[in-house]
Every structure is written in C-alpha cells, then in structure tokens.
Design a protein around this ligand. Structure first.
Ligand code: GLY
Length: 320
C-alpha cells in the first residue's frame, strides 16, 4: 500500500469491546444514545442501527437525512436507505418520496421479500401495503434553502455543533451506523436524502450494498458518507471490508479506500468522503479526505465524538 506521509497520526482507541456503535457525524449522537441502553442490555444490533437512523430521519435540523433533508433540483424529496447484516442478508430502498423511515423500510424489504432493493414508486407502494403512513418529507427550512439555491445563492453550511473550529457539516452527509451486539452480531444501516439539489432521479452510494454500506460477519463492516459519486466507483465499503478480510487492519483498510479515491478521482477541494471500518472483534478506524468528518462512538464508556484517525489532506481547508 502506498503510505502517504500526509496522513494524520491516530489518537483514537484501536479497539472497543463489543457491544458498540459507530456512526457518521455528530448528528448521529442522539440516535446512538437512544439505541445504546437497549444494545447494552442485550438488544440486537439491527434494532440498534435502525433506531439510530430513525432519530436522524426525524430530526428537522439534519439537512442531509430524512425530514429536513434538502430536495432535488425540482424541489422534490427522495430518500435512500439500506440495512445489512451479511452478504446474503441486506435490504435497500431508493428514491422514496412519501415515507420517512427508509432504513426501517429497507429492513422490511430484507425481512419480508425475496428482493434486495426497491426503487421509487415501488418502494412507496410497498410501504403503503405494509400500512406505513405517508409523510410530508419536505420541511419548511429545506424548501427555503431550495428556493435560495434556485435564486443562485449557495446552500447553507453550518458549524458542526459537535466539532472543533475546523469541523464543518456540509449538507450531503449520510448517516451510516455500524453496531456489534452482546452476541457478537454485526449490523449496519444507512439513510440519506442524497446530494442536495441533485438532478431528479440521481441515486448515490448509500442504498447500494458494497458502496455506502457493507457487512460480512466473517470480515467486518464499513459505512461511507460524503460525495457518493466518489464512493461508488471504488465500491468504498466493500473495498474496506475486503481489505480487512485479506489481513489489513481497519486503519490500513480506511487508508486504502481514501488513497484509491484519490488516485481514481483526484477529488476537488469541495469533495468530502468519510469512512468507518470495523472488524468483528471491535477494532475500528475512520478517515476522511479532509477535516470536517467526525465519528460518534457508543460503548460502555458512554457516547462521544471522536476525530477520524486519518485525514488524507490535513493541510487543506475543510470541505465547505
Ligand atoms: N453519500 C450520500 C450520497 O451521495 O447520496
């Protein structure tokens, strides 16, 4: 592997004893807090990751997931979600226009159908058939942001409330959650409203197993967040898990994904990708192209925010 001297030196624990949860961005902290007591008490990892995703989906202040997420260029909301516990056990929905809790819906696809992914009207009709009520997905704040964008104003950015002065939240940030329960079972979930003001019909990495999320109990799990277009061409989450399967540490796996993205795309200054990789024994690492990414960790020591071990371009500005 091509070691880059510009990688940050780690200051995070290399291993957390299960049960544990790891999730992207500080806005995942309240959901991880909600999920933690059940997980710590013997609850299942799939329940935990779905609980964390639901919290972000319901939070109108999170402008990249669920209600509060920014719409596409036509002002229409579409949500994507995915869950996974093994290569032969995953479910996904994309371009959902009328139902809020897309990680739960993805779980229903996994548990109640013989399919992996349902898209668009089909996914909404599936939810209707399950008796899940339709929701208004476009918040007043997101509509106002879209109107500003139509008028030529840049989308709003805000300081990540959990971050330091370098850490910024930009509105294309999936919640990705990984958990290992007391039985040693790993699960993952993703939920996103996708790239803000995207072309109608665009779907990113989050709902696609292997791209935004991958879990294999034999090797580990990974979640990715940020510009999906940069993650999809390298199968970012699958790549991280495959590196671990072939003997890499989670730290080296994260470096490999970031360096592969760098080689393939030469990302622009505004591009950001964050990735978390977790081994079945609780060893984990995280990294990002630039400052701005933060990981929520929940374990027996509590719920806290941790800077990623690796930042590929520590010398550059945060992705804004
Ligand atoms: N990572 C979320 C997306 O690009 O849609």
């Amino acid at each position: 592997m091509d070691e880059k001297s510009s990688m940050n030196r780690p200051s995070i624990p290399a291993r957390v004893a299960p049960p544990l949860m790891l999730a992207t961005w500080s806005f995942s902290a309240s959901g991880c807090t909600s999920a933690w007591s059940s997980l710590a008490g013997g609850g299942g990892s799939l329940d935990a990751v779905c609980t964390a995703a639901r919290a972000a989906e319901s939070d109108p202040t999170v402008d990249s997931v669920g209600y509060g997420g920014f719409p596409d260029a036509t002002g229409r909301m579409s949500l994507d979600g995915c869950v996974m516990t093994a290569p032969n056990r995953c479910g996904s929905v994309c371009a959902v226009a009328h139902h809020l809790h897309v990680a739960d819906l993805a779980r229903m696809v996994m548990e109640r159908t013989s399919h992996v992914m349902l898209a668009g009207d089909g996914a909404d009709h599936f939810a209707d058939a399950l008796g899940i009520p339709r929701s208004q997905l476009l918040s007043a704040g997101a509509r106002a942001a879209w109107r500003k964008w139509l008028a030529g104003e840049a989308p709003a950015t805000r300081t990540d409330p959990g971050g330091d002065s370098r850490e910024r939240h930009v509105p294309h940030d999936t919640i990705g959650v990984l958990a290992i329960d007391t039985h040693g079972v790993m699960a993952g979930a993703c939920s996103t409203s996708g790239l803000p003001f995207k072309l109608a019909g665009r779907v990113g990495d989050s709902p696609i197993p292997g791209h935004g999320l991958y879990v294999d109990p034999e090797a580990g799990g990974a979640v990715a967040t940020g510009n999906g277009e940069l993650i999809m061409g390298v199968s970012g989450s699958f790549l991280a898990v495959e590196c671990i399967r072939r003997g890499a540490t989670p730290s080296a796996a994260v470096q490999e994904v970031l360096q592969r993205i760098e080689r393939v795309y030469q990302p622009a200054a505004h591009h950001q990708v964050g990735i978390i990789a977790l081994a079945p024994d609780g060893r984990w690492s995280a990294g990002a192209l630039r400052f701005g990414f933060v990981v929520t960790v929940a374990d027996e020591s509590g719920v806290r925010l941790v800077s990623p071990e690796h930042v590929l371009h520590p010398e550059g500005p945060s992705a804004l």
